[in-house]
Design a protein around this ligand. Structure first.
Ligand code: UN1
Length: 513
């Protein structure tokens, strides 16, 4: 009856009551009409959260601007020390926060824990980074001159995150931005405000324990209109947004019109190429987890499986029998693989996509449908489906945030498969299953995958935080998380220093007075 300990988890995180928004702490600026968070697991109202008004927003930004004056001049390793403590606090709260992610968003508890683990990992990465914000020294063309490049903090980083990774994506941005000397203002998805509040509270506690000024990490809540306040605001030099291509185009254009910076992490249409030389067991594991994990609601979810004709029937058969083993149900119950999709709108989009696929000539080989009856009362549980389809179908060209896998046959060689894989507007994640080095290297070459992520003998989802995360084309082009993604959170400054007693001009220009 206690639903796998969720009540206790909510209490531990301080988000356990439906009310008028007493969660409006000082670093959560919100006095507007409350939104209620409803769990897709059982349609229960978990709690209400007040939203950010224009006035609240002004206060939040004012405080963030002030906090930035302090934070930017704190030595970077000291900022790293605070992020280290944040990572430790997340270790303490891993179980309840993972549970809340699962309950508010619907992914399996294991995946909820995995998401919190990503937060912990990025904190560790950022702590190291805090001593590695390296610039360059450059040889000058002039005698007695030195050149260098340094990286300075930008200011306020606006973060707009999606429901599907309600906390990890914020942490990728925040942990890195904080060690870079920026302050952050976060608008989580209005579908998952409680994970937002819980995460913000954990970080705010750490900042308070270290006697930091308020406003280093701020939460604002509400719908796109609150996001718009940030995208139109010159005081927010960088907006990092995750979500649909439709949303990303609006955010990108709005921020660009004021010549601000963006990091956009938008839709994917990720494919796995399965060549005749693939390990079929690995293929099966990678494809099934990629397609049904998080109920198909990852940006990196596997949408398309591009299989060579020689092994097509075999792959199809084993997929169909693997899908029979998938258990759908309460994601807090660790026996289940797949939980609900986020809401009824998502269910409708899933149903419409299946209809459209059929209309366009697709052949459904694993039937979809909405589950009913005991345990499925929320109406958000759908069956993972597989459709034999062609790459040019309109519906295959689109990203549907649901567990639908399109099975596509290719003839010829790996270049033929690549043409299909690259033949979509999105460019986030891609994979090849093959033990043939010529095929895999071709896939990784400049003539290969056009995506930001290209994997060999691994599925399309589940990227580690150490790499830069993001994609090309309509995926938006931004990079978050590891590698040198931190550079997007800083401004570059080139310095030329003359330590001689002459003033020679560059390019040998003569100018005598
Ligand atoms: C997303 O879906 O927005 O690679 C992020 C993955 C996760 C992150 C996905 N590490 O699937």
């Amino acid at each position: 009856a206690d639903n796998f300990g969720i009540q206790e988890a909510l209490k531990t995180l301080g988000v356990d009551e439906v009310n008028d928004g007493t969660f409006s702490g000082k670093e959560h600026w919100a006095s507007g009409d409350p939104i209620t968070s409803v769990s897709p697991v059982n349609a229960e109202e978990i709690a209400s959260v007040k939203t950010t008004t224009r006035e609240d927003y002004e206060k939040a930004i004012g405080q963030a601007q002030e906090a930035f004056q302090y934070w930017r001049s704190l030595p970077a390793p000291q900022r790293g020390e605070i992020v280290r403590q944040f990572g430790n606090k997340l270790r303490e709260y891993k179980a309840p926060l993972g549970k809340l992610v699962s309950y508010e968003m619907g992914k399996s508890y294991q995946e909820g824990l995995g998401e919190v683990q990503e937060m912990i990992d990025i904190c560790d990465f950022a702590v190291g980074l805090s001593r590695q914000l390296y610039g360059l020294t450059i040889k000058s063309e002039r005698p007695m001159h030195a050149m260098q490049e340094q990286w300075h903090p930008l200011g306020i980083v606006g973060i707009i995150s999606a429901f599907n990774f309600p906390v990890a994506v914020w942490a990728w941005n925040t942990a890195v931005a904080l060690v870079c000397g920026d302050v952050t203002v976060w608008k989580p998805s209005e579908k998952t405000p409680l994970t937002g509040i819980a995460s913000q509270n954990i970080l705010a506690d750490v900042l308070r324990d270290n006697d930091m000024p308020e406003g280093i990490s701020t939460l604002v809540t509400g719908d796109y209109t609150v996001g718009e306040m940030m995208t139109k605001d010159n005081r927010v030099p960088l907006v990092s947004a995750t979500g649909s291509i439709r949303m990303g185009k609006i955010v990108g254009q709005t921020v660009a019109s004021r010549l601000g910076k963006t990091i956009l992490e938008l839709g994917g249409n990720n494919a796995i190429i399965v060549t005749p030389e693939a390990d079929l067991n690995m293929t099966l594991m990678g494809a099934v987890f990629g397609a049904v994990g998080t109920a198909g609601q990852r940006c990196t979810s596997t949408r398309r499986l591009i299989v060579h004709e020689d092994i097509y029937d075999k792959v199809k058969e084993s997929l169909v029998s693997a899908y029979k083993q998938i258990k759908i149900g309460n994601p807090l119950d660790e026996n289940n693989h797949v939980g609900p999709v986020i809401d009824k709108d998502a269910v409708n989009n899933y149903l419409k996509a299946l209809d459209k696929a059929k209309e366009e000539g697709g052949n459904i080989i694993v039937e979809g449908g909405v589950l009913e009856g005991e345990g499925f009362e929320s109406g958000c549980y759908v069956k993972p489906a597989i459709v034999e389809a062609e790459n040019h179908f309109e519906i295959v060209q689109e990203e549907t945030f649901a567990p639908i896998l399109y099975l596509i046959k290719y003839k010829g060689n790996v270049d033929d498969a690549l043409a299909l894989q690259n033949g979509v507007k999105q460019g986030l994640s891609s994979a090849i299953m093959s033990n043939n080095m010529r095929e895999t290297q071709r896939f990784l070459s400049e003539a290969g995958s056009d995506c930001g992520i290209a994997n060999v003998n691994i599925g399309t989802s589940g990227a580690e935080i150490g790499g830069a995360f993001g994609g090309e084309k309509e995926t938006g082009g931004g990079r978050e998380s590891g590698s040198d993604a931190w550079k997007a959170y800083m401004r570059r400054q080139t310095n030329t220093i003359n330590y001689g007693s002459e003033l020679p001009l560059a390019q040998g220009i003569k100018f005598d007075i």
